[in-house]
Ligand binder design. Structure first.
Ligand SMILES: [Zn+2]
Length: 191
């Protein structure tokens, strides 16, 4: 069975992200490009354009992920995670991301590729060290957390940070149970 046929069957001949039925095509989820339906999704032209050209993204289109992120298909979960991460500054995608639980293996896959389609963005800490998703950082000053009504104290360790892809000066991490955005200039990489 060809990949396209397998995907048409799996998806019920619909875009696996937004449910559209027109102009569907196979999309190989980077970085893998194996000849394997499990590594591909069937998506419509509109989804494909926005995945491949971040500057053309229409955030509202991606409200479809509200449903499709619950797909049992790992490749769909990966795309959902990447698009929600890319759009997290909108607010609602971050809320969905917080609910989206990926198995470790799938999360590693999701993080394997820069979600903005541009790997040249580097996140540097206050010493100029390159930060990567999953790193531990320490706050080098007290930070007032906007909207959360607490101060993240200097010296607080933030484990398992994630990088805000569109903004090299922002990372995200959990402090006192809350997921917050932190400026890279206020952290030091410790692990
Ligand atoms: Zn679509």
């Amino acid at each position: 069975m060809s990949i396209e046929k397998a995907l048409l069957t799996r998806s019920g001949s619909k875009c696996e992200l937004c449910g559209a039925t027109g102009s569907l095509g196979v999309y190989e989820v980077p970085p893998d490009s194996e000849n394997d339906a499990d590594k591909c999704v069937l998506i419509c032209e509109s989804c494909r354009e926005q995945i491949e050209q971040p500057e053309r993204v229409d955030a509202n289109h991606w409200r479809c992920l509200n449903d499709s992120m619950w797909s049992q298909v790992p490749a769909v979960q990966v795309i959902a995670w990447r698009m929600l991460t890319r759009l997290s500054a909108e607010g609602w995608p971050q809320e969905l991301l917080d609910m989206l639980y990926l198995d470790d293996e799938i999360l590693t896959w999701a993080q394997a590729e820069g979600v903005g389609g541009d790997d040249s963005v580097r996140h540097l800490d206050s010493n100029g060290a390159v930060l990567e998703a999953g790193d531990t950082v320490t706050l080098i000053k007290d930070l007032n957390v906007k909207g959360a009504n607490f101060t993240a104290k200097r010296g607080t360790a933030v484990r398992g940070i994630s990088l805000v892809v569109d903004n090299p000066e922002h990372i995200e991490g959990r402090v006192e149970g809350q997921r917050i955005i932190i400026l890279t200039k206020f952290v030091k990489k410790t692990g």
